[in-house]
Write a protein that binds this ligand. Structure first.
Ligand SMILES: [Zn+2]
Length: 85
């Protein structure tokens, strides 16, 4: 079980959140269809630190970006999606 530090609500149980996938930039709107297909349907399986999106549906109803280690499940920090990492 994860404890996720929401930037607005503080530390909360994972059960209050929905996983939104890896936080990565999307291709430009006029990018070829193959680029969009890859961005939306091809998922990496990183080993180590990566950033991912979570939605705090049973809290502030906001999206956040969490930096999580995929082996240890440690979360080193969270931020609003619009903030720089
Ligand atoms: Zn929250």
């Amino acid at each position: 079980m994860l404890i996720i530090p929401c930037p607005w609500c503080g530390e909360r149980d994972e059960s209050e959140f929905s996983y939104g996938g890896r936080a990565k930039p999307l291709p430009p709107l006029d990018a070829p269809a193959n680029d969009w297909q890859t961005a939306l349907h091809v998922h990496e399986n990183p080993d180590g630190w990566h950033e991912e999106l979570w939605f705090h549906g049973f809290g502030c109803n906001q999206w956040l970006v969490a930096r999580r280690h995929t082996r240890t499940q440690e979360i080193s920090g969270t931020r609003a999606p619009g903030e720089m990492s």
